[in-house]
Design a protein around this ligand. Structure first.
Ligand SMILES: [Zn+2]
Length: 336
């Protein structure tokens, strides 16, 4: 996990404003239907640049403690919003079952709640609902998905005295391995969860990093999900009116012409293309999750250095600041 220290400190920290609460407050104001849009809900020039950090699993004490310290020791910039100058807040998507009998983990999870971080649902047993790596073939029933989401919510919302974590409301969900279908999403809705952050995003050819889609509701699907479904790597799904999708956009790898600007003297696109078969060096659209960026190529990841990842984060932040300021959402693991 030490490998993410530098990128977080150098790139992300100065501009973080909050976790995933902006669209939720829109929902509370009556924006129950908010279609996919490239326009900021307010004038772009006064739109805060949101960076949202979502950490998955959270069962490893050292990594989780390190992230908590990092967030506590950095502050949002000056401003007029409720988060100005306050310690950073992040979202934590919990793999629940292993925590149930682990008091050390539960103590840290309760601290997250007390500090004001978001504690969200990442399922009870972290199942991989694919058959032979094919996301179109699932082995889990609707009942199994219901149980996965419900049992995790129960642990999170039960009081501390009853052995729970004491979360008042579970707002968010991320599917393990980002593998979801209608059974998953129905279980999410049935449990009163308000947003998902599992869909592919930013992959349609028109989205270039400056014009990514803002968080939206799912009464009419998602353009990137539709593209993935037509490409045969996501199942077709129903519509989910009122359920928000927070786009975890593809991160665009800086083109060769920009590498010097980010302090590197080689082609990052070529480096990744040599390791990741599905990476297209022409559009540069790559993975978002820390595991995919850092882990070793023989496990199917890009094996990048800290400097590489800083360059990618910085480039995607710069594209947003030049463009529509769609929130930059990063997929992370506290143990990694
Ligand atoms: Zn996970």
């Amino acid at each position: 996990m030490l490998t993410v220290k530098t990128p977080l400190r150098r790139t992300i920290v100065p501009l973080i404003i909050s976790a995933f609460f902006a669209p939720l407050s829109l929902a509370e104001q009556g924006f129950d239907a908010f279609p996919p849009s490239k326009e900021s809900p307010i004038a772009t020039q006064v739109t805060p640049m949101f960076i949202t950090l979502g950490f998955d699993d959270n069962l490893e004490i050292n990594g989780l403690s390190w992230i908590m310290d990092l967030l506590a020791n950095n502050h949002n910039p000056n401003g007029h919003d409720a988060y100005a100058n306050r310690d950073l807040r992040a979202s934590f998507f919990m793999h629940c079952e292993p925590a149930m009998e682990n008091e050390d983990v539960k103590t840290l999870w309760r601290q997250l709640v007390q500090i004001g971080h978001e504690v969200a649902n990442h399922s009870q047993t972290h199942p991989d609902d694919k058959v032979n790596y094919n996301p179109l073939q699932s082995w889990m029933t609707a009942e199994q998905w219901q149980e996965e989401v419900t049992l995790c919510n129960k642990l999170l919302t039960r009081s501390t005295e009853e052995g729970g974590i004491g979360v008042e409301t579970v707002f968010g969900f991320r599917a393990p391995f980002m593998t979801y279908n209608d059974n998953t999403l129905n279980a999410v809705v049935n449990n009163g969860i308000r947003y998902d952050v599992s869909f592919p995003a930013g992959i349609t050819p028109d989205q270039d990093g400056t014009n990514n889609i803002w968080p939206h509701t799912l009464e009419n699907g998602s353009p990137s999900h539709a593209m993935a479904a037509s490409g045969g790597w996501k199942p077709v799904i129903d519509n989910y009116p009122g359920l928000w999708e927070i786009p975890l956009h593809t991160l665009i790898v800086p083109p060769d012409s920009k590498m010097e600007h980010y302090g590197l003297n080689y082609s990052l696109r070529d480096k990744i293309a040599g390791r990741i078969g599905y990476f297209d060096p022409n559009n540069g659209k790559g993975d978002n999750f820390d595991w995919n960026l850092y882990f070793t190529p023989n496990w199917g990841a890009a094996g990048l250095s800290e400097d590489d990842v800083v360059a990618i984060y910085q480039y995607n932040l710069d594209l947003r600041l030049e463009g529509n300021r769609a929130p930059l959402t990063l997929g992370l693991h506290s143990a990694f």
